[in-house]
Unconditional design. Sequence first.
Length: 138
Amino acid sequence: MGLDYGDKTVGVALSDPLGLTAQGKEIVRRERPAKLRRTCARLEELILEYDVKRIVLGLPKNMDGSEGERAAKTREFKEMLERRTGLPVELWDERLTTVAADRYMDEAGLKGDKRKAVVDEIAAVFILQGYLDSIRES
C-alpha cells in the first residue's frame, strides 16, 4: 500500500498481487488535520480487505534533501501507523511525485477541480510504483 499523507487528505494506492504495478485506490478525506481516527480506521479496512503486508509512505523532503515540518508530521504518522497496524512502514522520498502527477494530469487533460480530486491518489501511485521498481532492481 502506498500513501501520500497530507493535512486534508491521504492518497491511497495498492499494488497488484505480484507487486509489479501500483494502481490508485482512493483518497481518504480528513475532517481536520489533527483528527486521524477515521483516516486510520479506513486505512485499516483497506489493509484487511487487500491483505496488505507493507505500507510505503511518501516522505516530503525539500529539494536540497533537508526535512521540514511536513516531514516531521509524516514521521509521526509513520510511527502511529506502525503501532496501529503492526505493519512495517517504509518512508519513500516523494520530492518529484507531485511533478510527475502534474505531468500525468496534463497528459490526461485533467483540469481544475478534477485535478484537485485525484492529485493525492496519483501521487500515491507514483510513490508506490517508485518503491516497487526499486525493490525489483535490487
